[in-house]
Write a protein that binds this ligand. Sequence first.
Ligand code: TPP
Ligand code: MG
Length: 405
Amino acid sequence: MRNAYLRTIKRMGSRKINIIDLFTGMLGESKNISIKKKSKTVKSNGLKTIKKFEVKKLEILDINGNCNKKLMPKLSKEEIKKLYEFMILSRVFDEKALNLQRQGRLGVYASMRGQEASIIGSAYALKKDDWIFPCFRENGALILRGYPMHQLFMYWGGDERGMQVPNNVNSFPISIAVGTQTLHAVGAAYANQYMNKKVANIVYFGDGGTSEGDFHEAMNLAGTFKLPVVFFCQNNQYAISVPRSMQTASETIAQKAIAYGFNGIQVDGNDVFAVYKAAKEALDNARNGKGPTLIESYTYRLGDHTTSDDAKKYRNEKELNEWLKKDPIARLEKYMRKNKISNAVYEKKVLENSSRQVDLAVKEYESTPLQNPEEIFNYMYSELTPELKEQQEEMLKNLKEENES
Ligand SMILES: Cc1ncc(C[n+]2csc(CCOP(=O)(O)OP(=O)(O)O)c2C)c(N)n1
Ligand SMILES: [Mg+2]
C-alpha cells in the first residue's frame, strides 16, 4: 500500500514539469520564467526576495553518549541524575501499565516508550507556577510535576476521579480529543498575559494533531497576541497507522511556526539535553513577554499506538530496529557512565526504587473502592436535562433490580 503510494507520488513528480511547461506556454511568458528541466528548479526573474527563512535543528547528545560541549545546557550532575531517574520511572510506569492492561486490570493505555527524553526533558524545564496541557502520551511529565501515579492508573483504568487534578499540580486534564488542548493552552496564556502573570504554558500534541484546525487557530492567535505559550509537538512519526509523510507536505513541522510569525525549532527528541535546552529557552521567552515558540521534538514511538493497536501491521521491523539504536535512555546512560555520573550500582538502585514506587501506586489504585455508578450523572450539569434524568432513573431502577436478584 505504502509502495503504491510512493510510486504515485513519483509519477506525479515527473508530470509536474509538464504541467509547468503547459502553464508557461499558455501565458506566453517563457522569457520571464526559466525552467531547468534537469534540476527541476523554477527561476523567476524580476521578483524581489522580501524574506528568507531558516529551520534549525538542535542536537547535543549522540547515540554513543558523546555530547557537543558548546551546546550543552547548564545542568549539574544532580540535575542530570534527576532527568535520568524520571526517565526510568516513566519507563517502569509504562511497562507496569501495559502488563496491567494485558491482565485485564487497566483499560486502554498509550505507551511513552521511546519518547522519555522528549517528555521528561521538556517537563523538567518547567517552573512550578507554569501550566501544562497534556495529551494522552505524557504520563511521565505529569509524574514529574507531582501527579500521583495511582491517580494516573485510576484514569487509565476508567475511573474519571483519576483526572481530578490535585491543587498543587498546575495541569489541565489529559486531552484525548486530538488537538483541542492547543486552544485551551492559548486561552490560558491569554488570561496569564491579561493578568500580567509571569507564567508560561506548554501544550503537548502529536504530529497528527497538527492536521487539526484547532492547532492552526491556536498558533494564529498565539502569534498575533504574542502569547506566553510553547507548542510542543511530539513528532513520533505516526498518528496511529498514518505515517508523518502522509500528514503534511511540510518538510518539517517546526517550519509551520513561520507562517504564524514566531520561532519554530526542531530538536532531536531522543536527546534529553537538546529537548531540555530548547524547552527552557522557549519557556523563558514565554515568561519574559517574547511570545510563543513551536518545538518539533523529532522522536519515535517504539510501542504500539495504544494497547488497542498492533503496529506490526503498518510498520516494518527494519525501521523499528533503526530507532531502537537511538533509544533515549541508553544514550543518556552511556553519557553518564562516561562522565562518571553513574555506575551499575546506581542504575540498579534507580530501577529498584522506581519499581517500588510504581508497585505502591498499583496497590493504592487497586485498593481504591470503585466509583458509585450513579456518579456518572453528577458532574456535567448542575441540573440534569430531562433526557439524562430519564436515563438516571432507568439506571437506578436496573441497579436496584440487580441488587435484589
Ligand atoms: C478529534 C479526534 N479525532 C480522532 C481521534 C482518534 N485518535 C486518537 S489518537 C489519534 C492519532 C493521534 O496521532 P498524533 O497526534 O500523532 O499523536 P500520537 O498518538 O502519535 O502520540 C487519533 C486519530 C481523537 N481522539 N480525537
Ligand atoms: Mg504521532
